[in-house]
Design a protein around this ligand. Structure first.
Ligand SMILES: Cc1cc2nc3c(=O)[nH]c(=O)nc-3n(C[C@H](O)[C@H](O)[C@H](O)COP(=O)(O)OP(=O)(O)OC[C@H]3O[C@@H](n4cnc5c(N)ncnc54)[C@H](O)[C@@H]3O)c2cc1C
Length: 506
């Protein structure tokens, strides 16, 4: 058991992963407080209800102890704002209820309830982060997919990692997207390799996530002869080697419930994975906490990075290395360096439609994607298709519209999207743009679209090159994916960045 400096309520002091408080001016508890790993989520006992957000008390179970009636003398007042999660009841938990014992220097230091490990909303009901006196090997700015991917590779090397985000929960592009890990359609070469590697990582960690893969693969429906030529061209190349060109009858035979029986041709790609983006991101955070001891500091803006100090809105943190993944924030950190990159913001419109009554095993795209995604658009055969679409669907091109349709576990469809570029995107969702997207939906699915349930916009950074990694100092990296492919490439890109920054990945 450690000697820790207990403090009065008014001067809460960070220790390990818990803020431990004694009553203001009261006697300081001498027993029952144990060192916690930074990501420890603890055993808190707000009497008498177990598994309830903790309000006002903290009970700590010590080495070899059980959370029994004697827990009483181990209940300490907590700040009213404490948002820990109850993990034990007054009754000794059954062995099957004990998820894991954390050990620090060989000592039992606490118990994590399996429910916390299995299904926790990772940030929302999270413990407080104790960092004012803490030192980390790697600090990450941003808990979007790029920040999380860097946290993953850093933690795998055994480093102590902390991730900051100014928002209480992820709210950036990473939870607004299709959750679509796209390989087919990425630009040949580097981006395709990054996407393949990222897909491999997503597939490897998927069983440990509390969310599941919704789709495997992609189906691109050709609506015009020119589109068929592009798909044939693509399928004949290296990137199309494992893709399959099928006619409507074959598609219908393989997937009888889908409304595609009278289509001419479709390309089936086996590579893609699709998660529901918000769930994928929150379960990835939980996974990083649980399996890799990554500490999260939500609601904490990073204001500056100076040598080995990360200055945040809640204090300074020492970190050996820092990776900044700020998404479309070009002005908070390294503004000057970013201003030389010719960055724009790309705003997209998205919607969720009611369950159409069929189940998609894959994501669906149409001709418009073939002139948008570099992997097809760079093919010589794409020019005649573009010419024809310019004639037939000029408004779709003007608004950067192409069709992606994916399906959620509840049957609803996520449908998009449009692309508008600028330095300050309009906050307003446009119904004329929505109409154009739904028009394309109707053409491809040969039926009127189901009712729109939700609408939202999202923004990602855009530049001529699809990503960049800057090194403002030897121990700092600034990483941005500047196209709409961060979900598909982050793990591959982060692996390279961390290898370069830390010298190893595991
Ligand atoms: C509508 C839409 C659809 C898309 N569809 C796809 C798709 O299907 N497939 C695909 O691969 N990609 C897709 N993308 C692109 C993909 O979502 C992005 O490339 C990716 O999410 C970018 O991740 P990120 O971590 O860089 O940014 P974000 O997810 O935006 O995260 C950045 C985070 O950094 C935090 N932050 C910034 N500055 C600070 C600071 N100073 N202090 C603390 N926190 C800070 C922000 O609060 C934010 O949470 C889509 C994007 C959108 C908008």
């Amino acid at each position: 058991m450690s000697d820790i400096a207990h403090t009065a309520e008014s001067t809460l002091r960070p220790y390990g992963a818990f803020l431990v408080a004694a009553p203001a001016g009261g006697p300081l508890p001498k027993t029952g407080i144990y060192p916690m790993r930074p990501s420890f989520t603890g055993t808190s006992c707000p009497l008498p209800r177990p598994n309830h957000p903790c309000e006002g008390t903290l009970g700590v179970v010590g080495p070899g102890e059980r959370a029994g009636p004697d827990i009483k003398h181990r209940i300490y007042p907590m700040r009213p704002s404490f948002t820990g999660v109850t993990a034990a009841s007054l009754h000794p938990p059954k062995p099957s209820e004990c998820g894991r014992y954390w050990r620090e220097s060989g000592r039992l230091t606490g118990r994590v309830h399996p429910r916390l490990m299995a299904a926790e909303p990772p940030v929302s009901r999270n413990f407080r982060v104790f960092m004012a006196t803490a030192t980390y090997d790697v600090a990450i700015v941003g808990m979007g997919i790029l920040g999380l991917a860097h946290a993953y590779w850093s933690a795998r090397t055994g480093r102590r990692v902390i991730v900051f985000d100014r928002d209480a929960r992820p709210r950036g592009a990473s939870i607004r997207n299709f959750g679509f890990i796209t390989v087919t359609g990425q630009a040949a070469g580097d981006m395709w390799q990054l996407a393949r590697r990222s897909r491999e990582v997503w597939a490897a960690i998927a069983p440990a996530l509390t969310t599941s893969i919704q789709h495997h693969g992609l189906c691109v429906i050709a609506q015009r002869a020119e589109a068929l030529a592009v798909l044939e061209n693509f399928a004949a190349g290296e990137m199309g080697a494992q893709c399959d060109l099928v006619d409507g009858a074959t598609l219908h035979r393989r997937y009888p419930g889908l409304p595609f029986e009278d289509i001419e041709t479709a390309l089936l790609s086996p590579y893609e994975l699709r998660f529901e983006a918000p769930e994928a991101i929150s379960s990835l955070i939980a996974y990083l906490q649980r399996e890799w001891d990554v500490t999260f500091a939500p609601g904490t803006a990073v204001l500056g990075i100076d040598d080995n100090t990360v200055q945040t809105s809640t204090g300074n943190v020492a970190a050996g290395a820092t990776v900044i993944c700020p998404g479309a924030d070009f002005s908070s950190l390294y503004k000057e360096a970013l201003s030389k990159r010719g960055l724009k913001k790309c705003q997209l419109q998205m919607m969720r439609l009611a369950d159409p009554g069929f189940r998609l095993p894959f994501a669906v795209q149409s001709d418009l994607s073939l002139v948008r995604y570099e992997g097809y658009a760079a093919l010589p055969s794409a020019q005649p298709l573009l010419n024809r679409i310019e004639n037939e669907q000029p408004d779709h091109l003007r608004h950067g519209i192409h069709l992606i349709v994916v399906q959620n576990a509840d049957g609803s469809l996520v449908v998009g999207d449009s692309h508008h570029y600028g330095d300050a995107p309009s906050p307003f969702y446009r119904s004329d743009v929505e109409h154009l997207i739904l028009e394309e939906f109707e053409k491809v699915f040969r039926r009127p679209p189901p009712p729109v349930l939700d609408r939202w916009t999202g923004i990602y950074p855009y530049a001529d090159n699809p990503y960049f990694v800057d090194a403002p100092s030897a121990r700092t990296r600034l990483v941005m994916v500047t196209c709409g492919a961060g979900m598909s490439t982050a793990f591959g890109l982060a692996e390279r960045t961390i290898r370069d920054l830390l010298g190893d990945t595991a």
